[in-house]
Design a protein around this ligand. Structure first.
Ligand SMILES: Nc1ncnc2c1ncn2[C@@H]1O[C@H](COP(=O)(O)OP(=O)(O)OP(=O)(O)O)[C@@H](O)[C@H]1O
Ligand SMILES: [Mg+2]
Length: 582
């Protein structure tokens, strides 16, 4: 059973008051008893000396001694005993003649024995004659019949006095008790209220509310302790705040990083795994607190972490992660000094490697594309150098040289254009463009080729899509490239349809043909540089750069280009441009 602080305080103060009163009573009683006894003793000493003095001057006969003892006893209000040298009692104020005869010899009484050696003997003992504690004082007397005078008094008066003091003390306690109870109650209430307030503040702190209370703790020891604790809590709160802020900052930095970061503690448990690392290692935040061997499935990484936990410096290692090892990473694990543990940093180099591959492919493609016409030109030139060639052959070889050098020129100029676009060297020159006029200009550009193949170019421009804000020259290049492709890859006598329409604040330019279409797997790739669906089928003279330039130009306008197949056969190229380029 637990008692409240207040009850304990109350009980303690009440107990203290009662104990103090009891102790005071005991001390007073004891003091009183010893004082009273000292007074009685002194009185008996004086009386004994007086009687001895009287006897030495009187000539009382043996027969009158008892009478004298009675008289003195009555006068002094004490028991007076006169004893002969052999111990026989010759006078006693409490015994008549017969009783005197019957009184036993007093020779062995301690006070008589002590008095024999001279001086005054004082003895306190129980007397069976009067059935009480008595104080005896005896001394020698200078009388022929009396050798010792003894005066005695019962100590009942002292006992009575002490009893009275005890009774008074009890009465005082009974009177003082309500006051003491009241005072104790008040004191404990005041103290307990302060303690309760401090406890309430502490409870609030524990619940996380660290606002300093508008409460004055007081200036005594309790107040000082409370204030010191309060200051400590506030200080702790401030540090906790700083730590939380630091952690949040750290968290923000780590989660914003593209590199994956994994931190292990000394025991090899995961302490931190940022968002990027979660994606790379296919774990989630629940991995925190688990051993790395349980959560990391990649043996190479586990080996690195194990070495780092042993404090070894591990070199960076390239590895493939993810389904079908689709992504490439550089992983570097390092030991953490101080608290121990290890940190792993994962750097995704897939795009880097891809870009590298693209660059290498590009160089290979350019070389290949240049070698074909160069080989043809060289063959023709060698043939031309042969003096046996007739004029007809000379003309044919010269034509080959002309065609292939034109193809090379086209290739080089397309490459230069792409390089300029890559380097952002072709700024947009935005102006209102009339799409109908633009379509007609493109149709005029391709009219020779289309006419040779007996193809028809139709055009349809929605009234709300007629004008668009764009770079007219670049848009012309876009549409011309698409229409050239449509004309080139469609069979003779087919139709090429051009359409412009407005959809949700954007303008769509669609070029449809009824050619062979594009295999679905190649739909996305046709916009890549040098990509041609089927090289054997590719148009001689095409470089495979046209659609790459289209995509670049469209994206420069903030739009995008897609390729699709029509359900009835043929390809559809759609260019979506924002009505107002950003
Ligand atoms: N309308 C179309 N129908 C079918 N295939 C097409 C069509 N347009 C493009 N392609 C395919 O996409 C490839 C890439 O086209 P792109 O215009 O980039 O190059 P190209 O036409 O071969 O050469 P050029 O640089 O002279 O345009 C073409 O080789 C062709 O295989
Ligand atoms: Mg083309």
């Amino acid at each position: 059973m637990t008692y409240s602080f207040r009850t304990k305080m109350f009980a303690a103060s009440l107990a203290a008051a009662a104990a103090a009163l009891a102790l005071a009573t005991m001390i007073v009683a004891w003091e009183l008893r010893s004082q009273e006894r000292a007074v009685i003793e002194q009185r008996l000493r004086n009386q004994t000396t007086l009687i001895a003095e009287l006897l030495s001057k009187s000539a009382l006969t043996a027969g009158r001694l008892d009478e004298e003892a009675d008289r003195l006893g009555e006068l002094l209000d004490a028991r007076v005993t006169l004893i002969q040298a052999d111990g026989r009692v010759v006078g006693d104020s409490t015994a008549d003649d017969e009783a005197l005869e019957a009184l036993e010899n007093h020779r062995d009484r301690p006070e008589v024995q002590q008095a024999r050696t001279g001086g005054i003997a004082v003895v306190q003992r129980y007397s069976t004659t009067v059935d009480a504690d008595l104080l005896y004082v005896a001394r020698r007397a200078d009388h022929p019949e009396v050798a010792y005078v003894r005066v005695a008094l019962p100590l009942t008066a002292v006992a009575e006095q002490v009893r009275r003091v005890g009774r008074d003390a009890l009465l005082a306690f009974a009177l003082a008790a309500p006051v003491a109870i009241g005072l104790a109650w008040l004191a404990s209430a005041l103290l307990s209220r302060r303690v309760k307030t401090i406890a309430a503040v502490a409870r609030r702190y524990r619940e996380g509310n660290l606002d300093r209370p508008a409460y004055d703790y007081g200036s005594d020891e309790l107040g000082t302790v409370a204030r010191v604790l309060d200051d400590s809590v506030q200080d702790l709160g401030r540090r906790l705040d700083e730590k939380t802020r630091d952690e949040a900052r750290m968290e923000a930095i780590l989660s914003g990083m593209v590199e994956g970061v994994l931190v292990l503690d000394r025991q090899g448990r995961v302490r931190l795994v940022n968002r990027a690392a979660q994606g790379m290692l296919h774990v989630d935040a629940s991995a925190i607190g688990h051993l790395y061997l349980e959560v990391i499935r990649h043996p190479d990484i586990s080996v690195q972490l194990t070495a780092a936990l042993r404090g070894e410096e591990v070199g960076a290692r390239e590895l493939a992660l993810g389904r079908n090892a689709a992504r490439l990473f550089i992983a570097r694990a390092a030991p953490v000094g101080g608290p121990g543990g290890a940190v792993l940093v994962l750097h995704d180099i897939t795009d880097l490697r891809h870009a590298d591959q693209v660059r290498r492919d590009f160089v290979a493609n350019v070389s290949h594309e240049l070698r074909t016409p160069l080989t043809a030109i060289r063959g023709a030139v060698e043939a031309l150098l042969d003096e046996r060639a007739d004029p007809e052959q000379t003309r044919r070889f010269t034509e080959i040289v002309a065609r292939h050098s034109a193809r090379m020129e086209r290739l080089v100029s397309d490459l230069l254009r792409l390089a300029r676009l890559d380097a952002n060297q072709e700024p947009l020159d935005i102006a209102p463009c009339d799409l109908r006029q633009l379509f007609e200009a493109v149709a005029a550009d391709v009219s020779a080729t289309a006419g040779a193949k007996r193809q028809r170019v139709t055009m349809q421009v929605a009234p709300d899509a007629r004008t668009i804000q764009a770079d007219p020259a670049k848009l012309h290049d876009v549409v011309r490239n698409l229409v050239e492709n449509a004309v080139n890859y469609s069979p003779d006598g087919s139709e090429v349809a051009l359409e412009a329409r407005r959809i949700d604040g954007a303008v769509e330019i669609v070029v449809c043909d009824s050619g062979p279409g594009i295999p679905p797997a190649d739909l996305r790739r046709v916009f890549e540089r040098f990509y041609r669906v089927d090289r054997s089928r590719a148009r001689p003279g095409g470089t495979g750069l046209g659609l790459a330039i289209v995509r670049h130009l469209v994206e420069l306008h903030g739009g995008h280009a897609t390729a699709d197949n029509r359900s009835g056969g043929g390809a559809t190229f759609t260019v979506t441009l924002p009505a107002q380029p950003g």
